[in-house]
Design a protein around this ligand. Sequence first.
Ligand code: BGC
Length: 745
Amino acid sequence: MKLFTKLTLTAALVGSSLVSLAASADNDKQIYKRVDALMKKMTLIEKIGQLQQLSSREGVITGPEGEKVNTEDFIRRGWCGSMLGVKTAKDVAYYQEIALKESRLGIPILFGYDIIHGCRIIFPENLGMSSSWDLAAIEKSAQIAARETASIGIAWTFSPMCDISTEPRWGRVSEGSGEDPYLGAKIAAAMVRGYQGKDLGDPNTILACVKHFAAYGAPQAGRDYHTVDMSRRMFRDRYLPPYRAAIKAGAATVMTSFNDFEGIPATGNKWLMRDLLRDELGFTGFIVTDWAATDEMRAHGVAANRKEAAKLAFDAHVNMNMVDRDYIRYGEELVKEGTISEKTINLLCREILAMKFRLGLFDEPHRYGGDRYKSETYLTENLAIARDVARKSMVLLENKNEVLPLKGTERIALIGPYADNRKEMSGAWPGLVEHNRSTTFREGLETRFGKENIAYAEGCKPFEAIEGGIAEAVRVAEDADVVLLTMGLPNSCSGEATSLTSIEVPQAQRELLKALDNTGKPIVVLLVTGRPMDVGFEVEHADALLVTWHAGTMAGPALADVVSGDFNPSGRLTMTFPVNIGQVPIHYNMKRTGRPMLDPNSKAKYLSRYLFTPNEPRYPFGYGLSYTTFDYSDLKVLTPEVKMGESVKVSVKVRNSGKRDGAEVVQLYLRDDVASTTRPVRELKGFERVELRSGKERTIEFEITPEDMSFWTINEEFAQEPGTFHVWIGHDSNASLEGAFSVNR
Ligand code: BGC
């Protein structure tokens, strides 16, 4: 048994490095002075009014609508602190004017919107973006989205979604960054930095919202909104890191999740919202519920009526009700009868007002919006960045006989339901998209290869055959040298409330593929999806497989860049692609067991295994091909013996051994050999995206910090333990180049 040495990492992780929400402490003092002066003038119901978020009648409805309210009337009474879903600068100004001129105190409204993967310029769905492993590019995408959003009048996005998920059945994996807490944490922080910049007072930045707190990505059976039940240890080790990183990066707001956690719905969960979020993680911004989540505590069966639901959310110190109006309805009564104290209301209202001051809304209520959008959306340089992010996100999974890149002389048959469809490029949650601004695969390829070299046929719809569709597609294919076939799932199968029990490509599309395969032409499948899929059938019938995701506004040129070889694919999966749905949940960082199947060919029975299916997935986390090859050698642990609290240095040589320049995502995995609790077989603890010219070699050095080695120990603390560790560096989570080190007391 090892000796445990407590490292007070928690404090180091939060407190000290917390980015201040205001530009400076002095500024913050001034802000709270102004907040307190204002609050002295406010009646109880006006304070509760600031805790109310209404949805716009014109906007996108993302949940059950409930009873309609007279929005203008609520605003005039001072019962509307925030609105979501208002879509235009004109409408923003309209509602803002009512608040300023017709409510008693003229408190400005804070407008929020779901800007998930872009505002006007749409970037790939988030799971796609995460596959770029390019933090700078992801941060930039958030920065561009923030600027466009602010120019339309909106100063708050409900993003990033920090929910780790190992559930391809759950449609919302498209909004997240995959299965890995380490990568997820880096991306969450990058997105917060991108949205918020250095100063919330800058009119080109917007508030970020960390969601969905907490563990929303682990619903039972992959069914959206379903129960989440896991140990706190599992939660802390695997699910908490991205939320924590986003909060550490200074995220201004947090959204509660729909699910229950340890039997208590998140919106009424005091441990989550107060003990963990506020006290332990040091969150100082405000919390908004998810859509009607306070009221939904009735359906969860923990509140008999709306008043009880309001009480539960008040007790959890949840600041703002999204859409449902339980606070407005019962807040005053709860205070008057002494169930909730006015102090609680003051506390909740104060943080919302402080945020409005930080944004500059009191000084310049129309600083977001106006005409700004005319000159600040669709900027040429930003479209170029969206193209770059889209091509970096695409993942090449198969490339038999090097069918890709195309030689440039082929006649190309472009086929399938997503080949010429602007809308289907945008993904499930494309901000304030204008679909006519998107480019299709067809347009991108025609521009790159010439119209005369592309023959197009739709072939089928996503779920249905079209009359004569297959025959026409076969004709087109027969006249071509190569077939590019778009397959997969439409936008409507991605995002919220899109859980599936099959992750295979729909049958109508498979029939099309089978017929095309019979032509004998080489086939490249372009997989359009927002989730991992079972692609066994496609691999059998095609030569190459490129996951394009829903690639956004610049889908067309980005695809052309990749298939032409102008850009060498460098995307790597951030979620495992299983052999079949029965393996789910399957992820690379599974726990070790007492009967591990160490040899995949073993015939032994009493092992943790399936009878007729391998344990290994079809494509592991981190996997993706390139048009060149990379060789790894010389893994050196530069500091094989360290003390607790010291970092370990490891280096490796990476060589581009192929004929093309390209980028490799060098990945480092770690295993704690013996620990006080069971640990994963390996965990990502470092990566670097490296551009390497053909024939060139580089030595990459990694530092493994005490924090990287730490976990939630048997002593219920996030700490490091002494002992031996194994480290692997390589191309994906199966990396086999190995080293070891020990951490001594
Ligand atoms: C979703 C949130 C979203 C909210 C507002 C909810 O249904 O779960 O992610 O931010 O609606 O649109």
